[in-house]
Ligand binder design. Structure first.
Ligand SMILES: [Zn+2]
Ligand SMILES: [Zn+2]
Length: 204
């Protein structure tokens, strides 16, 4: 698909077209060329670790077909328009991020009288990939094998009794734990009026 069609498609999904979607689409296209990958992929060869959620991520996901559902898109939320694309066959990993002056450069592509936002929207469509993005080879701190892990592998947390998939459990003294029980998670149960909190099955 050409850039214009891709942008129409992402705009349709989003009910709007915005500069960040354009960046996501263009980053996906550049990654496809750099890796000589046939995006949108129909298998799970490429995995993307994206450093934000939102419009940018949707554009990137649409072009590459790396999705949360396929387990080929992971969010490491640093609040940045940046992403690392990993070839799981060769373990080559490249991080794509915007060039430092793309905001300024984009304005040069906009007709006089445009707002800055319009400048970004138009500029990001017309700038060259080299103007838009910096490509940095990187080494993953967690291997791609353990990121992808073992789909289908299951364990039971001895503390909360919930099932843990994809080899995400933690073994301690021969017992398996989920991450929140072992070292804290993003939530803590609160009592519902009139009900006691579920007792812990085993104290650590
Ligand atoms: Zn948007
Ligand atoms: Zn647990």
């Amino acid at each position: 698909m050409m850039l214009e069609q891709l942008l129409q498609e992402t705009a349709r999904q989003h009910r709007h077209l915005c500069p960040r979607q354009v960046l996501g689409v263009r980053m996906g296209l550049m990654a496809g060329k750099t890796f000589q990958a046939s995006f949108p992929q129909s298998d799970k060869r490429y995995v993307i670790i994206c450093e934000t959620d939102g419009c940018f991520t949707d554009g990137l996901s649409m072009v590459t077909n790396c999705t949360v559902g396929h387990r080929t898109l992971r969010i490491e939320d640093y609040g940045k328009i940046a992403a690392t694309v990993i070839d799981t066959e060769t373990e080559r990993a490249l991080r794509f991020s915007p060039g430092k002056s793309i905001r300024k450069l984009a304005q040069e592509y906009a007709p006089p009288g445009s707002t800055k936002w319009q400048g970004y929207l138009l500029g990001y469509q017309q700038m060259s990939e080299e103007e838009l993005f910096v490509v940095q080879p990187v080494k993953l701190m967690t291997s791609i094998r353990s990121i992808v892990s073992m789909p289908g592998r299951k364990a039971m947390c001895v503390q909360c009794g919930e099932e843990i998939m994809n080899d995400r459990h933690i073994m301690n003294n021969g017992y398996s734990y989920c991450k929140p029980c072992f070292s804290g998670g993003y939530y803590e149960p609160i009592a519902i009026a009139g009900e006691a909190l579920a007792p812990m099955q085993l104290s650590m």
